[in-house]
Ligand binder design. Structure first.
Ligand code: TXA
Ligand code: MG
Length: 358
């Protein structure tokens, strides 16, 4: 049966460093007409539409099968737009924009009345960020629209760090995909709520807690953002918190503790699952990967360079799925720097199926 959402998807291969202006114009024209364009940012690929066009934004929710109460980040290419989209821009926001923009920091501010309710998921706040990727910035500039863009995956799946991931999830459901190769950071932006005092991290991401604390002095972290169990919050500040997320098709477990005990526990589990006839994937690190003799072992990279681990994370989760793994056993990493964002994604990908190794 024909899918009523079916669209013809064009793929535009673009040079990430020197985006070809003809190709950007094609994509920008689609945005201006209310269409859907997937494009790279420095964090993950986004699925963009004109943030001020409610019908266009509705298309994002339909294409991703995203719950309508989950608001979408608005991407801008200049700071003036922030003053149009937000009703109030506190001094702290200005300081953060000066320090971290363009970059992986999203600011939640009181929304002005030009922002459609569908973009904010019905909230009276709007999340805004200026990405640090030439293709993303060019697309926003040439389309002359602020661009609403969630990650360009089907709702619930790992975020896309390659155009191939977008093709797999959304080909035939959107109008265009701009392919400029792998994204650099690999986890999404940090979402910081500036309508609270002190500002609160709703989602840890590419800008670390430590970085924010250095600039702001005081920053809090929403309990769900660093949680080791699912928190059922009736009023989730960030609706994204309460939805299933990042999930590979395989069952997944995260093993936490110090490295020696993690390795012992992962070995035990891998042997048990293998004996039970299940195909096992182990998400290890360079320091540990030689220690495993059963299962398909993939390394995030070195524990001493979590930037690389963040870059590899979502791709490796998707690779395990492609290889038909039944269960993924993932090693935990320390929750410092980017480790906080990595652990948030791993725990949620595992549906909070966490084992404390001891
Ligand atoms: O790096 C990123 O942030 C990527 C790229 C494409 O920019 N985008 C992204 O969007 O990850 P998405 O929709 O997958 O995640 C946005 C998160 C969700 O958890 C959503 O609930 C939260 O931000 N959010 C958006 N607007 C909000 C608001 N007004 N108040 C609180 N949380 C908000
Ligand atoms: Mg997402």
């Amino acid at each position: 049966m024909a899918d009523s959402l079916a669209r013809r998807t064009i793929i535009l291969r673009v040079d990430g460093e020197n985006p070809e202006s003809e190709k950007i114009s094609v994509a920008a024209e689609i945005i201006r007409k209310g269409g859907l364009v997937a494009f790279p940012t420095e964090t993950v690929y986004g699925l963009g539409a004109d943030a001020l066009n409610p019908n266009a934004v509705k298309g994002i929710y339909l294409a991703k099968m995203r719950p309508l109460d989950n608001p979408i980040i608005v991407h801008v290419a200049n700071r003036e737009d922030v003053y149009r989209l937000a009703a109030e821009v506190p001094r702290a926001a200005e300081k953060l924009m000066e320090t971290f923009w363009p970059g992986p920091l999203t600011l939640v501010l009181k929304a002005s009345n030009i922002v459609p309710r569908i973009t904010t998921g019905g909230l009276d706040t709007v999340a805004i960020r200026m990405p640090r990727h030439k293709v993303a910035l060019a697309l926003i500039r040439v389309s002359e629209r602020p661009i609403a863009a969630p990650s360009a995956n089907l709702a619930g799946r790992p975020s896309p760090t390659l155009a191939e991931h977008v093709i797999r999830d959304l080909y035939g459901r959107i109008d265009a995909i701009i392919d400029a190769g792998p994204t650099n950071i690999g986890v999404e932006s940090t979402v910081l709520d500036l309508t609270q005092d002190p500002p609160q991290i709703l989602r840890p991401g590419g800008v670390t807690y430590e970085d924010l604390r250095d600039v702001l002095g005081r920053v809090s972290i929403h309990p769900a953002a660093a949680s080791i169990s699912e928190i059922h919050i009736r009023y989730a500040r960030s609706p994204g918190m309460k939805h299933k997320h990042y999930a590979p098709r395989a069952e997944m477990v995260v093993v936490e503790g110090d490295l020696e005990t993690i390795i012992r526990k992962v070995r035990d589990l891998a042997e048990q699952y293998t004996r039970a006839g299940r195909k096992v994937g182990i998400l290890a690190t360079d320091e540990s990967m030689q220690k495993y003799s059963s299962g398909i072992v993939k390394s995030l990279g070195s524990r001493s360079n979590l930037a690389i681990a963040a870059r590899n994370l979502f791709r490796l989760l998707r690779e395990f799925d492609e290889e038909g793994v039944d269960v993924i056993i993932a090693e935990g990493v320390p929750e410092e720097g980017l480790g906080l964002a990595i652990m948030n994604r791993l725990r949620r990908a595992a549906g909070y199926n966490i084992i404390k190794a001891e």
